[in-house]
Every structure is written in C-alpha cells, then in structure tokens.
Design a protein around this ligand. Structure first.
Ligand code: NAD
Length: 498
C-alpha cells in the first residue's frame, strides 16, 4: 500500500452518502455500511430507503416525464446533456474508478478502463438520441398514409447488480435518457456509491430535475416493490436468473410493465485445433479471470478439440499461474478481490464440489487471504463431465471447466447444452467453420478470435434463460420506446351511413 499515490489510499473513515429524489439530496439514519472487499475496511455508508422514499422517487420521475422538460425537447438537446455528461465523467474518472475499487474489489487499472467504456456509452447515447426515428408506410393505397411514431415508454425502473456497478449503469442510462424516458435507479446495496455520483454528474450536465432518481436499499424491499409498482412502465433488471423470474411474476401480477432482463450465463469458449493456440489460451485465461469471473459473459466452459486438448490445457494453466491477484488499489494487479462474503463462499463451495465429483484441478483451486480481503486464485478444472455442478451452474467466479470435442457438431452440441445463452467465444483459422458454428450456437453475443470485445454501438443481451431484450446502441434505445401506428386519410370519407 505504501507505494500508492495518496488518492489511492483507503479512506480514514467511511463516507456518508444520501439518496437523490427530484433533484434533491435526502438522508436517513438507517444505513448500510460497506467494507472494501479487498481490505476489510469500512468505506461507505448509504441510506436504507423506505417504500415511501421509493414512491416519492416514482412520483418525481412521473412528473418529470409528464412535464415534457425532457421527453418533449429535441433529440439534439438531449444529446447535448449526454455529451456534457461524458465530459464530466472524463474529468471525474479517477474518483469514480476509486469508488468502484473500494466497493467492488476490482483492480484500479480495470476500473479506469471500464470508465472509458462508460464515457463511450454516453457519447453513443447522444448519437442515438439524434438518430432515433419512426417509419412511414406509403403503400397503403392512394388515400391512406401510415406513420409509425416512436414514443418514450415513460418511467423506467433500473435495477443493477454489484459486479459492474458503474459500467452496467452506463450501458443503460444514456440509452434510456436518449429515448426521452425518466428513471428511478436502485443499485445493489453493496455497491451504490457510483450510481449516486452519476446523479451529481447528470445534474451538473443539465438534466432536468426528477429525470434521474436514485433510491438505495435492499432488493427484497425496494427492488421487489419497483417490480410491483403500478406507476413504473418498464423495468430494466440486470442480475440473477432467479430474481429475473421474480420480476416476471411481479410484472404479471401488477401492471404488465415491460421488462428488459439481463441475466446469468454459462458461456462457452470453443477452441479448434487450427486456432492460434497461444492467443486462444491468453483469451481463455482473461475470459475466466476478468473481474474475478464475476462477470455475466465470463467464458466459464472451455470446449477444446481433443487432438490439442492436453497441449492447450498446459499452455492455459501456465498462463493462469502467472496472473497477478491481489490488492485492487495496486496498479499492477490483474485480478482483485471477490466482492461479497456470500459470493466468496459460493465459489469456494463450487470448487469443493468439483473436486469431490472427481474433476482435477490443474491450477488454482484455493482461496488466499491478503490485507484483510477475500481472494481466490483463478482455477482450471479438467476431467469435467457434463453432469457436474461446475459444468452446469453459473458459478460467478474465476473457475473454468474444460471439455473436449472431436467434431464441430459435437462442439456446438456441448456449447448449447445449457439453460443459458448469453455469450460465446470461438477460436479457429477457418472462416467457414467460424461462421457455420457462430450461426448454430445459441448466444446473444459472439466473439470470433477475440473475447469480450466491442463498443456500446453493439446490442447486448441473451438467448434462452439469459434474458429478454437488448441494451445499448440504437437497438437499446428502441427497447425504451413504444410504437404508435398513425393512419391518415388523405381523401374525403366514403360514407358508411347513406
Ligand atoms: P441479484 O439478482 O441478487 O441482484 C441484482 C439486483 O437485484 C440487486 O440490485 C438486488 O438488490 C436486486 N434484487 C434482489 N432481489 C430482488 C427482488 N426480489 N426484486 C427486485 N430486485 C431484487 O444479482 P447479483 O448477485 O447482484 O448479481 C449477480 C448475477 O447477475 C449473476 O447471476 C450474473 O450473471 C447476473 N448479471 C448479468 C448480467 C447481464 O448483462 N446478463 C450482468 C451482470 C450480472
């Protein structure tokens, strides 16, 4: 810790934050205290909001939607606010990254990289605000003309998880705002600070009051009440498949609000023998270790062609051994801490399940304690069979299970042998094979000879139990609109009653 710049030291005492409704900062005594998962030191205290606070926030978002100060201004004006937001995030990038590290445990270098992506999200949202448009039908006959208007859906409730608190927020907020909607956000109770910082940033950028509200609180009370709320028109939920299912029930039992669901994954990385094996191994090591594997698109199932499987696993194990795990505030760290104690236990339990089911640990397979934080070495299991828990379940940790295949058909079959369909990566030097396999694997995001690449122009979302709808880019903005068909008679009406 001594080598770190002062701004990267731990706070002397936990910092208190309010919550943000109708352009005002508010406070309550009842609070969550968050300890840094990398150091075990208390860093923040955020408010445990009540259902009344949520109702105030929804009313503020409704008023801000209805008064038209946001929904009725031009796309160009909305784009101006989003571009100013991008500039302010640039100015405050170190501070935002610091809080991501303190509350989530991710390495500072990674957090800073994520913020570059967040800036790009606001810039892309600005472009989308100007580009958003409807359609027209000139083929309805000489006298009838049709227009399709895109209108903002209204008040959006945004519920986010703890693994990418600021990045997931920024992959949604600019696109929700670009559409003309207003919103109420509930971040994860363990990583709320950067969602609150965005309130300050949007206010400075000129967003009208009430358009962005943050209610901090638990999922069981505030999150559940949002999904049941009769005055929220749409929920964008990112989190576990189990809670996603609860959102569907709550929407059905309340006002049939629209749902965008970004849920779990058990994502394959398929490596053919003709691939650049060194690059593929590097990508596989990155794909399972990035964000300590607490990433919905982590490539947690390695599916490698049998004739190179031994060679590839050795190459991969050697690379994984070299990954620098440790203090997330150290700029040289590649893999930081596990974000919550519960998640730490879940991952360690899965490692034990893998061992007792007969899978063999090639690298990692254990926790280590460092500076009062919770850490797990990236782990590679071989000899995994498809019925084992480590093969089927989303572990949400740095645990990779290796399988082999003989034919492309078999690779596709193993890749699709999951209830999820979020993402996949494929490595081969044969273009025809790459495209043929890409077309047959059921996943919402695909990477050929790369992994976790892309920008906010590209839509994200899952097939199967990985979710509904798409976020980001023009596709993402369209999710927050509804379309109205307008029919215009250009001639005099033919009387029905003579
Ligand atoms: P989680 O489902 O426990 O919580 C996510 C959010 O929902 C939190 O804000 C939480 O407070 C809230 N919540 C909890 N119970 C709720 C309820 N009954 N009603 C409404 N809201 C409720 O998930 P998590 O543990 O924070 O995150 C890990 C999970 O998120 C993993 O399964 C992961 O795959 C998934 N995830 C998916 C994506 C994606 O884009 N597909 C991205 C990140 C994380």
């Amino acid at each position: 810790m001594d080598q770190l710049a002062p701004k990267h030291r731990l706070p002397d005492q936990p910092k208190e934050f309010g919550y943000f409704v109708d352009g005002l900062w508010k406070s309550r005594e009842d609070r969550f205290e968050r300890a840094s998962p990398g150091h075990g030191v208390a860093v923040s205290r955020t408010v445990r909001c009540t259902l009344d606070d949520l109702n105030d926030a929804v009313s503020a978002a409704r008023r801000a939607f209805e008064n038209g100060f946001w929904a009725d201004i031009s796309g160009a004006e909305r784009a101006g606010v989003l571009l100013r937001t991008a500039e302010i995030i640039k100015r405050r990038r170190e501070e935002v990254a610091y809080w991501e590290v303190l509350e989530n445990g991710k390495p500072i270098s990674q957090a800073l990289g994520e913020i570059e992506h967040c800036i790009a999200c606001f810039e892309t949202g600005a472009g989308a605000a100007r580009a958003l448009h409807g359609d027209s039908f000139n083929n309805l006959g000489k006298d009838l003309f049709g227009m399709v208007l895109r209108e903002p859906i209204g008040v959006v409730g945004l519920i986010t998880p703890w693994n990418f608190p600021f990045l997931i927020l920024c992959e949604r907020v600019p696109f929700i705002l670009a559409s003309g909607c207003t919103l109420v956000v509930k971040p994860s109770e363990v990583t709320s600070v950067t969602t609150l910082l965005l309130a300050e940033i949007l206010e400075e950028a000129g967003l009208p009051r009430g358009a962005y509200n943050v209610v901090t609180g638990s999922g069981r009370t505030i999150g559940q009440a949002m999904t049941e709320h009769h005055d929220i028109d749409m929920i964008s939920f990112t989190g576990s498949t189990a809670v996603g299912r609860a959102c569907v029930h709550a929407a059905a039992d309340s006002n049939f609000k629209k749902l965008g669901l970004e849920l779990g994954g058990k994502n394959p990385i398929i490596v053919f023998a003709d691939a650049d094996l060194d690059s593929a191994a590097d990508a596989a090591a990155f794909g399972i270790s990035f964000n300590t594997g607490q990433c919905c698109v982590s490539s947690s199932r390695l599916i490698v062609e049998v004739k190179v499987a031994n060679e590839f696993e050795k190459l991969l194990a050697a690379k994984m051994q070299k990954i620098v795990v440790g203090d997330p505030l150290d700029p040289t760290t590649q893999v930081g801490a596990i974000t919550t104690e519960a998640q730490n236990k879940t991952i360690l339990d899965y490692i034990e399940k893998g061992k007792s089911a007969g899978a063999k640990v090639l690298v990692g397979g254990a926790k280590f304690d460092h500076e009062g934080g919770q850490y797990i070495q990236p782990t590679l299991f071989t000899g995994v069979t498809r019925d084992m828990a480590i093969a089927t379940d989303e572990i949400f940790g740095p645990v990779l299970s290796s399988f082999t295949f003989e034919t492309a058909d078999e690779a596709v079959q193993i890749a699709n042998d999951t209830v999820y369909g979020l993402a996949a990566s494929l490595w081969t030097s044969d273009v025809s094979k790459a495209l043929s396999v890409t077309r047959r694997v059921r996943a919402g995001r695909f990477w050929v000879n790369t992994i976790m690449a892309g920008g906010p122009e590209m839509p994200l979302g899952g097939f199967k139990q990985s979710g509904w709808g798409r976020e980001a880019g023009v596709y993402g903005v369209e999710e927050y609109t509804q379309i109205k068909s307008v029919h215009v008679d250009l001639a005099k009406r033919q009387p029905w009653i003579s």
